[in-house]
Design a protein around this ligand. Sequence first.
Ligand code: HSE
Length: 290
Amino acid sequence: MPLVRVPATTANLGPGFDTLGMALDLYDELLIEAAPALEITVTGEGEATIPRGPENIAYRAALAVFARAGRPAVNLKIAMYNSIPVARGLGSSAAALVGGLVGANALLGEPLSRDELVNLATNLEGHPDNVAPAILGGLVVAARDGDKVYCRRLEPPAGLMTVVAIPQFTLSTRVSRGVLPARVALSDAVFNLSRVGLLLAAVQAGDLELMGKMMEDKLHQPYRLPLVPGMGEVFAAAREAGALAVALSGSGPSVIAFCRGRKPEVGPAMAAAFARHGVACTVKELAPCP
Ligand code: HSE
């Protein structure tokens, strides 16, 4: 019975909306096997909320692998052991989806290649920037071309650490995407394009200073400010405490600070800024997942 371990992910990395994502050293685990009847158990994060019926994301993903591989669907027993907080911008649904895909693929003797899994995962999720790093690890840049995804995995720069402030409230990706405009100004697109280009150059050169300077965004974060009380102040607090850069993690509500090595002052500063806006949060220091 294959045990699948899938990392949390932080999507966008500031300017790379729907394009960049990085795996983090925090994991969900999943066991999957054929069974006489559908049986899903959830332990840990999401224990009270994750559906245990046929609508379960990991189960639906597993069935998609059976279909893509041309195998008849069977009943499955899925045991989920979750450490990734749900609906906080850390890729919990991508982790469930990828767990189901990878687990089912292993169960069937790996009929699908890793590229096929990335394509399938992206088409199920709707964007590649969580699922691709969840499958490949590291820092991933991905581009969709219809149903196909082109992606490359880069090594996160040595010495990069993150501090994530995770609010107690949840925010669904659907709601957080709902506030985005259908059109953006050309100047804002150029602002982000230039930063994504230099951000990737900085990552490849291991230049943390430049990486930090290139993490501003004008395409999604400004529109999401009203969804995350205190977000602007939390960003400022993290920078004042010594972070190189700060971003909304994925579609939020978690805020992620990027630091050179461990910076113990950053987490409490972010938590205090959230608290001033009535938002309780937990703080995790997470290294990039290699
Ligand atoms: N790129 C996606 C978004 C990530 O920002 O909506 C969602 O986790």
